[in-house]
Design a protein around this ligand. Structure first.
Ligand code: HSE
Length: 408
C-alpha cells in the first residue's frame, strides 16, 4: 500500500481527493498497488464528507510520517507551499503539484533536490490544467529539438476576449461574466495582467530548452487595455486578438519569451481556440507543429492531471523519472527581435488631413480603414522591428495625431 497526503482542499484539492477516494478501485488496478489517502491538510473545517476523518491542520504530521511516500501540493501560492514542498522532498517524499507560481519561481531548485534525494517532483497540472502537455513534451517529443512554443495558456482571458469578439461585450462586462461563472477570481489581476500565462510559458520554456526562465525575465502584458475598437479593427483585417505566451530559442542559444495580446490570423489554428479552452503549439525540428488542446482549468480536469502524476509516482516509487532543467541566469533571456506586422489605430481632431499625414509617414501603398465618425484610421504595418515602428509613430505625435493602440 502507498500512503498519500493532499495539501489543500480547495477546488483542485477536493477534486484530487474525490478521484482518489471515489475511483480507488480503478486507480489501484492501473498502478497495480493500493493507493490510500492518509491525510488532507487544510486549516478549514470540512464536516460531513465521507472522508472528513482524514483532515489535519498540522503540516508536520505529514512531514514526520514515514508511511507517507507521496504528497500532492494543491494549495497554490508561493508561501508556505515552497517551504513545505522543499521540506518534503528533502525528507525523501515525492511531491506532485498544480502550483505554477511555485514551479515557475523555484522549479530548478526543487527538481535538483528531487534528483539528489532520488524522488519525483511532477507538475503536469501546472500548465494547461487537464491537457497532457508537459509529459508529451519531455517524453513523446524527446527526439526533437524544440524551437518554438506558442500558446493560449489562460482560460479566463481567452473567455473574456472571446466574449468581446463574438458578443461585442466590453472588457468590464466580459470580466464580470467570467467572475460570475467562476472562471475569474474576485481579484482577477494574475489572469488579466498576464502573470498566470507568464508562469506557464516559463515552465514550458524551461522544459523545452533545459534552463530555468524566471517570470521577471519575460516581457508580460495583459489584456486590460484591449478595447472593442481594437477587436473590431483586428477583425477588419482578418485577425482575432488572443493573449499569447511565446518562447523561442534563438541562434545564439539564448531564448526570447513574451506574454501579450497578439493578432492571430483567422487561418491559424489558435484563432479557433474559444472560451476557457487552452492550446499549446510546440514546434519540433522533426515533427513540425504539434498542438495540445483542451480544458486548461477547472476542478475535474486539473485534478485528473494531479492524480495521474500521483499514479506515475506510485509506479516509480523506487526510481526517478527523468525530468531536469538547470538554473537560469540573467543573460539567458533576451529581447525578442523578430520582425512583425503591427495593427495601429490613430486618431486626430483634424481628420481631413489625417490620411495625408499617415501616407507621408507610412507610404501610400498600405490598406487602411477610415472611420470619420470616430476620426480614426486603422492600418497594418509592414513586417518590421517594433523599435522602427515606434520611431515612425513618434512622428505622429509631432503633428497632433494620437496613437490609440498598437497590437503586435
Ligand atoms: N486562472 C487560470 C486560467 C486557471 O484562467 O487559465 C488555471 O491556471
Amino acid at each position: 500500500m502507498i500512503n498519500v497526503a493532499i495539501m489543500g482542499h480547495g477546488v483542485v484539492g477536493s477534486g484530487v481527493a474525490e478521484i482518489l477516494i471515489n475511483h480507488n478501485a480503478r486507480i489501484n488496478e492501473r498502478v497495480n498497488n493500493e493507493v490510500n489517502v492518509k491525510y488532507i491538510l487544510d486549516l478549514r473545517e470540512f464536516k460531513g464528507l465521507s472522508y472528513s476523518d482524514k483532515f489535519i491542520k498540522d503540516f508536520n504530521i505529514i512531514l514526520n510520517d514515514p508511511e507517507v511516500k507521496i504528497v500532492a501540493e494543491v494549495m497554490g501560492g508561493l508561501e508556505p507551499a515552497y517551504d513545505f514542498v522543499k521540506a518534503l522532498l528533502l525528507s525523501g517524499k515525492s511531491v506532485v503539484t498544480s502550483n505554477k507560481e511555485l514551479v515557475a519561481a523555484k522549479g530548478a531548485e526543487l527538481i535538483k533536490i528531487a534528483k539528489e534525494k532520488n524522488v519525483n517532483f511532477l507538475f503536469e497540472a501546472s500548465v494547461g490544467g487537464g491537457i497532457p502537455v508537459l509529459r508529451p513534451l519531455v517524453q513523446c517529443l524527446a527526439a526533437n529539438e524544440v524551437t518554438e512554443i506558442s500558446g493560449i495558456l489562460n482560460g479566463t482571458t481567452n473567455f473574456i476576449l472571446n466574449k468581446m469578439i463574438v458578443d461585442n461585450m466590453d472588457f468590464d462586462a466580459a470580466l464580470k461574466l467570467a467572475q460570475d461563472k467562476g472562471y475569474a477570481e474576485k481579484n482577477p489581476a494574475a489572469d488579466i495582467e498576464g502573470h498566470d500565462a507568464c508562469r506557464k510559458i516559463c515552465i514550458l520554456a524551461a522544459l523545452a530548452f533545459g534552463k530555468h526562465v524566471y517570470p521577471e525575465q519575460v516581457e508580460t502584458k495583459g489584456i486590460t487595455d484591449i478595447s472593442l475598437d481594437d477587436i473590431s479593427a483586428a477583425d477588419s483585417f482578418g485577425y482575432v486578438v488572443k493573449l499569447i505566451g511565446h518562447a523561442k530559442k534563438n541562434n545564439n542559444g539564448k531564448i526570447s519569451a513574451f506574454v501579450k495580446p497578439v493578432l492571430v490570423s483567422r487561418e491559424c489554428i489558435l484563432s479557433n481556440v474559444n472560451g476557457v479552452f487552452n492550446a499549446v503549439m510546440v514546434t519540433g525540428d522533426q515533427t513540425g507543429e504539434v498542438v495540445f488542446y483542451g480544458k486548461g482549468a477547472g476542478k475535474e480536469a486539473t485534478a485528473s492531471a494531479v492524480v495521474a502524476d500521483i499514479m506515475d509516482c506510485v509506479k516509480h516509487i523506487d526510481a526517478r523519472k527523468y525530468l531536469f532543467w538547470e538554473d537560469g541566469d540573467e543573460l539567458y533571456v533576451e529581447k525578442d527581435n523578430s520582425k512583425s506586422k503591427f495593427l495601429v489605430r490613430i486618431k486626430s481632431d483634424d481628420f481631413s488631413s489625417l490620411s495625408d499625414k499617415f501616407i507621408n509617414i507610412f507610404g501610400n501603398d498600405k490598406d487602411f480603414i477610415k472611420n470619420e465618425f470616430s476620426k480614426e484610421i486603422s492600418f497594418i504595418t509592414e513586417e518590421d522591428l517594433q523599435e522602427n515602428i515606434n520611431k515612425k509613430l513618434a512622428a505622429f505625435e509631432n503633428c497632433e495625431i494620437k496613437v490609440l493602440n498598437i497590437l503586435f
